[in-house]
Design a protein around this ligand. Structure first.
Ligand code: NAG
Ligand code: NAG
Length: 317
């Protein structure tokens, strides 16, 4: 009985491996638009796909980011300035893409642009603070996708949305986790709608990686100004030691981060170039071994484990 089980499992994994190994031919015919190519995953993916011979259309927030990327890549790669929070900018980028891909359509859209600050305990923040993150991380993804869909439909292409393990499990305040939960929800309904057009939707769920998103200085600067602006009553309730604990926590984040960004960009590349892409990709050992399994655990258990390290307020009457 065990023998048959082992043989069955072995066969299953072998077939799965073989199926996932199939890569599309004609990669050099394909156009891929990526948002957030100034640094991090987007920047690395743009260079990686350029090396593979795809036509990369890179959306950058800054002129400087665009120029640096162009210097590091082939003539094929083209850049456009894109601010995903501005519908005007998104519409302009869409027209630009259309003028390049023409009748071929767009093979790939990678919604990668994202930020992670201001992040702090929810009470320290305002609605505006939440809006800043959600505007980029969620509404930016929605806006770019809606604009590009006609081009993607033409090519029966792929949409690759960068969510996060924080789209599966939420243990710090602010707009980041809600924005990533939103990306998961948006991608799931979109997948059902676009599959009849032959357009596939893939979700990338990275763990902690060393990018601007996890830069401890960025977190610390925001903690400082948020703490300063808090009313005295709230400051007393949390206490100085809570604030120090949050600062320490944000510095420790960096120690947990993997610096091998290609673990993430390889998932993106697979989603864009495999004959049978996956619906979800988890990237990084922390994602695979802790965060994704944790998302299936009972809430009570996870609250206990995650609450362990949380700073404790001084006034907990
Ligand atoms: C690949 O490209 C060649 C030349 O452009 C074309 O003849 C062929 O039909 C393409 N194959 C597929 C599967 O699209
Ligand atoms: C990064 O990850 C890739 C993919 O697993 C691996 O091939 C490569 O060796 C890793 N690089 C480093 C520096 O660990």
């Amino acid at each position: 009985m065990w023998f048959y089980l082992a043989a069955f499992l072995g066969l299953y994994f072998l077939l799965k491996w073989y199926r996932e190994k199939q890569i599309l031919s004609n990669l050099t015919d394909k156009y891929v638009f990526i948002t957030g190519c100034d640094s991090g995953f987007g920047n690395l993916l743009a260079r990686q796909l350029d090396t593979r011979g795809l036509h990369v259309l890179a959306g950058c927030l800054t002129q400087q980011g665009a120029e640096k990327l162009k210097e590091a890549t082939s003539e094929r790669l083209k850049t456009v300035l894109l601010d995903v929070t501005s519908t005007e900018s998104v519409a302009r980028a869409t027209e630009w893409v259309k003028s390049i891909v023409k009748d071929k359509g767009l093979w790939g859209l990678v919604n990668n642009a994202g930020i992670s600050v201001p992040t702090a305990p929810n009470e320290w923040l305002t609605k505006e603070d939440f809006r800043k993150i959600i505007d980029i991380n969620l509404l930016g993804v929605v806006d770019v996708t809606i604009h590009m869909l006609p081009l993607l439909r033409k090519a029966k292409g792929r949409i690759v949305n960068v969510a996060s393990v924080m789209g599966r499990i939420s243990f710090f305040g602010g707009g980041y986790c809600p924005s990533k939960y939103g990306v998961e929800a948006f991608s799931d309904s979109l997948r059902l709608e676009t599959s009849s057009f032959g357009v596939k939707v893939c979700i990338i769920e990275p763990g902690y990686f060393k990018t601007a998103v996890t830069d401890p200085k960025n977190f610390a600067d925001h903690f400082n100004s948020l703490w300063e602006r808090m009313p005295r009553e709230a400051k007393q309730a949390y206490g100085e030691s809570y604030y120090q604990g949050m600062l320490r926590g944000s510095r420790q984040v960096q120690d947990q981060c993997s610096s091998n960004l290609s673990l993430v960009t390889n998932c993106m590349e697979h989603a864009l170039t495999a004959v049978y892409p996956r619906t979800r990709y988890s990237a990084g050992l922390d994602a695979k071994l802790f965060y994704i399994p944790a998302s299936y655990m009972p809430t009570r258990l996870m609250d206990l484990i995650l609450g362990w390290n949380y700073p404790k307020p001084e006034q907990n009457n």
